[in-house]
Design a protein around this ligand. Structure first.
Ligand SMILES: Cc1cc2nc3c(=O)[nH]c(=O)nc-3n(C[C@H](O)[C@H](O)[C@H](O)COP(=O)(O)OP(=O)(O)OC[C@H]3O[C@@H](n4cnc5c(N)ncnc54)[C@H](O)[C@@H]3O)c2cc1C
Length: 368
């Protein structure tokens, strides 16, 4: 541990507690958990990360890293290969609106590729990896014991980065019903698949359908990810058929790998900390994938979390999380509300095309 990190940790240390062998145990090796682990290791803390899934972990995701996410990963020493994306294009029938990312490209990156890059960096920075599933957390004065299948670890702090449906969040009583305090709208789900085809654009294309969106992200010179977001019900093929222009493009392209899904996407959370356990990433609460920002926001919150621990101020984390995720929550809620009613939804892309400056300003906000 660096002297400054040791001093910071000592400042936050409770008097008379048993020393725990780890400073931080991260539960969940998704992109945000791995980033939190790297962030903590770079701060000089003793860190382990635990996940039951063997490498490389895959997940339903649009796989578009916003420019802010690319920069946050570079800051951690992670530079995953992928396809540069220059901006976002909204498409509905013959209407099109395009806005570039103002300060450099984002990147389309396969989740498995991102996972490998993060794991390599985590190992390089001294993060210990454990294959196991945490089921029970028991807190004492000096730390938390995490026990489950294949694991029994004790740490001063546990970071729960265990995803959208976070078993640890439920275990701690911090989950709220998905309908919770949010507006009464149908729950939304995501499905994604890849197609073997050379990308025809260096933009993330968002096609707006009647009640669903289709996201196309180039992730390799011969691979495009196709993610579909909308209410539950239709299968992937049925949903895709609702986007005839996309379906026509993919007609001769071979599907690659299985369809993966996730949802309901909206996951309200009562608080982001209980005692020595702090929630981050999707586990800390999620609104929707409509703006494609989950990883960028998770990385920003992981940084805020580790800053709070370093400063011996875990009680400040919930407020820091609200600050780090405010822009995402505001933009996402606004876009969901603005596209909930059919007439407004139909007007969205024509309006973006008619007001390119406004659209560019919004995309500029997403890119940060
Ligand atoms: C359809 C769709 C499209 C999306 N598109 C984009 C996009 O284009 N760009 C973007 O930035 N974001 C996008 N997102 C959001 C993004 O995928 C998430 O925000 C991101 O994966 C969150 O990462 P995470 O590390 O918090 O959680 P996850 O990636 O879900 O990782 C959680 C990990 O926790 C592990 N775990 C679970 N329970 C336990 C346990 N008990 N013990 C140990 N480990 C456990 C799991 O095995 C998993 O590896 C999209 C999401 C969806 C659904």
């Amino acid at each position: 541990m660096t002297p400054s990190a040791a001093a910071d940790m000592d400042a936050g240390r409770d008097a008379g507690m048993d020393p725990a062998p780890l400073d931080v145990l991260v539960v969940g090796a998704g992109p945000v958990g791995l980033a939190a682990a790297i962030e903590a290791a770079l701060a000089g803390l003793r860190v382990a990360i635990i996940d039951p899934r063997p490498d490389p972990v895959d997940k339903a995701c649009g796989e578009g890293l916003m420019p802010g996410a690319v920069a946050a990963l570079a800051r951690l020493g992670v530079n995953p290969p992928g396809m540069d994306v220059r901006g976002i294009s909204y498409i509905a029938g013959s209407h099109r609106a395009y806005a570039p990312f103002p300060a450099g490209p984002g990147r389309g990156v396969r989740r498995t590729v991102l996972h490998k890059a993060l794991v390599a960096r985590a190992e390089q920075t001294g993060v210990r990896r454990v294959l196991g599933r945490v089921r029970v957390l028991t807190e004492d004065a000096g730390g938390v014991r995490a026990e489950g299948t294949g694991c029994s670890e004790r740490a001063r702090w546990v970071v729960a980065a265990d995803g959208l449906h976070s078993p640890l969040r439920r275990h701690l009583g911090l989950s709220r019903p998905p309908g919770g305090l949010g507006p009464a709208r149908p729950a939304r789900y995501g499905l994604r698949r890849h197609y073997r085809i050379a990308p025809w654009t260096d933009l993330v294309e968002v096609h707006w359908g009647q009640d669903a969106e289709c996201y196309l992200t180039p992730v390799a010179p011969d691979l495009v990810g196709v993610a579909l977001l909308g209410p539950s019900g239709p299968s992937y093929a049925e949903r895709l058929a609702g986007f005839p222009e996309v379906a026509a493009r993919l007609r001769l392209a071979a599907p690659v790998g299985p369809v993966l899904g996730a949802g309901p996407l909206r996951q309200p959370v009562a608080a982001r900390r209980r005692g020595r356990v702090l929630l981050v990433g999707d586990a800390a609460g999620y609104v929707d994938a409509i703006t494609g920002e989950g990883i960028a926001v998770g990385l920003a919150c992981a940084r805020a979390l580790v800053d709070c621990l370093r400063q011996g101020a875990p009680h400040d984390y919930d407020a820091a999380w609200h600050v780090a995720s405010r822009r995402y929550r505001l933009l996402t809620e606004t876009l969901l509300a603005a596209t909930a009613a059919a007439p407004l939804r139909r007007a969205l892309v024509p309006a973006c095309a008619l007001a390119p400056r406004v659209f560019r300003a919004v995309v500029g906000e997403l890119a940060r």
